[in-house]
Structure formats: structure tokens, C-alpha cells
Ligand binder design. Structure first.
Ligand code: GLC
Length: 473
């Protein structure tokens, strides 16, 4: 009965704010720290990352955090809100992910071509997946079943396992904390996602919340080895902005965490750290994060599309996973337009990747084994696509044309023409994974590449094929 917390929650939760890239042109202040800029380049080379949503909500296969928010669009599996909240907050008592095996996840992700990881260290519900000293509402609490497990500090375990495979490491951290009494005080009702008091009226309470947040950021930045990305979610926690948020039951609130100081604190431990104060335009949004959206063309500055592999961010039993072909289409759309693709897996309550997630990653691995050079280290090149081919430019200047098939299409056509591209004599055209070079010629329509029947009948991989044009000279 309780499990019925609706899909709609997951779905609508991504609709509540106007996407940054759709807003009017404004001059945005950018980070200038050369160490950050260098790390952003490295991060752009990675191109493909893994996001994981995992928390006590996974025990029941619920939407992450949102069911305890009281906004009118949210439904939950009990009629009584107070009862529900109590029930939700007791989920950690049943959260015992004994199958937790981050080395396995890292190995799988690495072979799927992922090169960075972002993990929900704390979602809006405030349940900490790391060993914070600042609350007992954490997976390492010995009163909870997993608290006595040697691997209970799962954030540390995850970061170590992925770092061991040269992943860049990112901490997702929710600025709002719906468990903190300094954010949702017991004194007032909580009508919406915001803090339930006016920080300007109760500066001491807000100060307490700020100190708590700074403390947790300090813990994460100082105790978990090198961190590359601080991915801050919950964009309504920002200095007062009347235009921004419709979910303000009592009018706008000035939820100012003083991001200059917070970023400086984080970088005092992690020089060059990429800070993503997502959807808060300005210096601390080091890259843009369109959510479940793929912009039609490249964006101004570094960007990343985050996308659930299934329908929801968190683990839902029987969730529908996107077919591998669709994942490849999205990956290549994003990368060809110069973005990074951050693909999310909702981990289950036992600490496992759902079977469908594993099979998708395994299929991606097969594809990557042949084609990774068309993804990693590449950059966008206009016009981004020609026909069904997405284009990327390799470090050495090769042009990769990634032909993504439609459903039911088993092979690429026998001829591909790339208008506006002319190759010099001596250039070589290959299909990745096929030894013998392909025949090509310049025509009035552009360079035309022939894919012989022998290749089309014996393709090196499924779903999408890369024709690589290596210009002579
Ligand atoms: C949305 C959801 C949040 C989720 C995030 C991931 O902001 O509201 O729950 O963690 O997307 O990008």
C-alpha cells in the first residue's frame, strides 16, 4: 500500500524549474581559477559518467526524498502526513544493504566506458550515506542494521573503489536538508520544500543551518580523499530571488549559504574542485546540468545531461529501463553536441544494481570495447550531425561519424555521404572494429564512403557503428 508513492513524483520533480538553457541571454560570471578550468577540461574528456541515487528510500523502492515534502503535487501511500513522515524516517532501521559491492559497480561502469562517478552522499531527506559527526541520521549509526558493518561508510567505499579505476569522483550533496531542525524546524509546519521559517526573521536558526552545512561539506572534502566534483542539488537554496520558485507558501525566502565562502572552504581541501551549484547561474555553477533533456545544440560553456537509465532516479521495482540503443543515441547526441552524459542507476535496498541496469551496462561495454575512441577525449564539431550520423572530433583530429540505427535496422546503409566534407588524397576511412579500410571518394555532395556487404554482414558491434575519417596531412 505504502509502495504506491507515485511515479508522478519522480516525473514532476524534474519539471519544477525553468531550465537554465532556456532562459534569456545574460552575461554569466564564470569561474577563472586555472586549476578549476584544467579540471573541467579533464572532466570534458571523460564524456560519460555514472550517477547513483541510493538511500534509505531504496528499501521500499520509493521516490528519493520527495514523498516527505508537502507540496500539493506530491502523493504518498498514506492518508496521514505525520504518520507517513514518521514511517519514512524509520526506513533506515530496515536498511541493511548486505550485497553492497562497489568494486563490482566500478568494474562494470569502467567497461561501459564511464570515467567519472557522482554519488548521492545526502539527498533532500537528510539521510547521510557518509559518516558525518553532525547527525545520527546516517547509515553508519550503529543503531541501524548496517551501522556495524565494516563497509558502512558507503561513500568512502564507493569513492575508493571508483578512484582505484581512475574515475573522477563527484559528491552529490543536497543543500536543503529536510531532517535538520534548523531547516525544517519543529515549531512551524512545513508547507513546501523550503526552510519553514524566514531566515531574515530568524537569522540565528539560519546561521545554525549554515554551520551544519559547512561542517558536512568540510567532512566530505577533508575525509574522503581527492574529490573532483561537488554537485550541489536543491537550487531553491539560494539568495533571495523573487522570480525563481513558485513553491513558496509564504513568499520568497532568502536562503543564502554564502556560496563564495562555501566554495572557498571546499577548495581549501580540494584545490581545483569543480563546484556545480546547479541552476544557480553564476560563478559557482561551473558547468550546466540540463536534467533529462538533451539540448538541440551545444551550450555556452561546459555542460552535462543527467539522465535516469530507467524512469525514476531512485530504485523502483519493475521500473522500465531504456533500451541500450536509446542509451547510445542519447550518449552520442550529447557527446556530439559537446556535453557530458551522466547516466543514473537507482541502487536497490540490498545494495545491488538491478538486473536491467547490469545488462544495459554490459551491452554498453561491448559497444565501448570497439568504439570508445569516438567518445573519450572528443569534442563537438559543427554541424554535430549529418543525417543519422552524429559527429565527434578526436584529439588527433579524426572525425568520427557515429551512425545510430533505428529499431529494426540491423546494419548501416551501403553508402554514407558526408556533405561539406572533402578529404585529401591519402586519407584513410575505417569502420572502428574492422581492419580493412573502407573505400571512399569525393563527390559533388561531399565525401562518399562505401560499406561493403562483407562488413555489413559481419559488423563489429550492435546498434551504432563508427566510420572514422582520418584526413591526410
Ligand atoms: C531532480 C530531483 C531530485 C534528483 C535530481 C537528479 O532535481 O528533484 O530528486 O536527485 O533531479 O538530477
Amino acid at each position: 500500500m505504502i509502495k504506491k508513492t507515485v511515479w508522478l513524483v519522480a516525473f514532476i520533480s524534474c519539471l519544477w524549474t525553468a531550465p537554465v538553457w532556456a532562459q534569456e541571454e545574460v552575461v554569466v560570471e564564470r569561474e577563472t581559477d586555472p586549476l578549476v578550468l584544467e579540471k573541467l577540461e579533464q572532466w570534458q574528456d571523460a564524456r560519460f559518467g555514472l550517477l547513483m541515487h541510493w538511500g534509505a528510500y531504496s528499501v521500499e523502492g520509493l521516490c528519493e526524498s520527495w514523498p516527505i515534502c508537502a507540496e500539493p503535487w506530491i502523493t504518498r501511500g498514506m492518508d496521514n502526513y505525520a504518520e507517513y513522515k514518521q514511517w519514512y524516517e524509520s526506513l533506515p532501521e530496515r536498511f541493511n544493504p548486505v550485497d553492497f559491492d562497489p568494486e563490482k559497480w566500478a568494474a562494470l561502469a569502467e567497461s561501459a566506458g564511464m570515467r567519472y562517478v557522482v554519488f548521492t552522499t545526502k539527498h533532500h531527506d537528510g539521510f547521510c550515506m557518509f559518516d558525518t559527526e553532525l547527525t545520527d541520521y546516517k547509515i553508519t549509526n550503529p543503531d541501524y542494521p548496517f551501522g556495524n558493518d565494516p563497509r558502512s561508510n558507503v561513500t568512502a567505499e564507493i569513492f575508493n573503489a571508483f578512484r582505484a579505476r581512475d574515475f573522477m569522483v563527484g559528491a552529490y550533496f543536497s543543500k536543503p536538508d529536510w531532517h535538520s531542525k534548523a531547516y525544517w524546524s519543529d515549531y512551524w509546519p512545513t508547507a513546501d520544500r523550503n526552510c519553514n521559517y524566514f531566515p531574515t526573521h530568524h537569522p540565528e536558526l539560519w546561521q545554525e543551518f549554515k554551520e551544519f552545512t559547512y561542517g558536512q561539506i568540510q567532512e566530505l572534502m577533508s575525509g574522503y580523499g581527492p574529490i573532483d566534483i561537488l554537485w550541489l542539488d536543491g537550487s531553491w537554496v539560494r539568495p533571495q530571488d523573487e522570480q525563481f520558485n513558485e513553491y513558496k507558501a509564504f513568499g520568497p525566502k532568502n536562503q543564502d549559504l554564502d556560496m563564495d565562502s562555501l566554495a572557498a572552504l571546499a577548495r581549501s581541501w580540494q584545490p581545483g574542485l569543480i563546484v556545480v551549484d546547479r541552476w544557480v547561474e553564476g560563478r559557482h555553477e561551473n558547468y550546466l546540468t540540463p536534467e533529462q533533456k538533451i539540448p538541440a545544440e551545444t551550450l555556452d560553456g561546459p555542460w552535462e545531461t543527467c539522465m535516469p537509465m530507467a524512469g525514476a532516479w531512485s530504485y523502483y521495482p519493475n521500473d522500465t529501463y531504456k533500451p541500450t540503443r536509446e542509451l547510445l543515441r542519447q550518449l552520442t547526441d550529447v557527446v556530439s553536441r559537446g556535453g557530458n552524459y551522466l547516466l543514473n542507476v537507482g541502487v536497490d535496498g540490498q545494495g545491488k544494481f538491478p538486473d536491467d541496469a547490469v545488462s544495459r551496462l554490459e551491452e554498453l561495454a561491448e559497444w565501448m570495447e570497439v568504439n570508445e575512441s569516438a567518445i573519450h577525449g572528443t569534442r563537438a564539431m559543427a554541424p554535430y550531425a549529418i543525417g543519422k550520423c552524429r559527429l565527434t572530433k578526436g584529439k588527433e583530429g579524426a572525425i568520427n561519424a557515429i551512425y545510430v540505427s533505428d529499431e529494426g535496422e540491423e546494419s548501416p546503409p551501403s553508402k554514407l555521404t558526408f556533405d561539406n566534407i572533402v578529404l585529401a588524397e591519402g586519407s584513410e576511412v575505417v569502420m572502428l572494429g574492422v581492419e580493412k579500410p573502407l573505400k571512399w571518394k569525393n563527390t559533388d555532395e561531399g565525401v562518399q564512403v562505401s560499406i561493403p556487404r562483407s562488413v555489413r554482414r559481419n559488423l563489429p558491434c550492435k546498434y551504432a557503428w563508427v566510420v572514422q575519417l582520418n584526413a591526410a596531412g
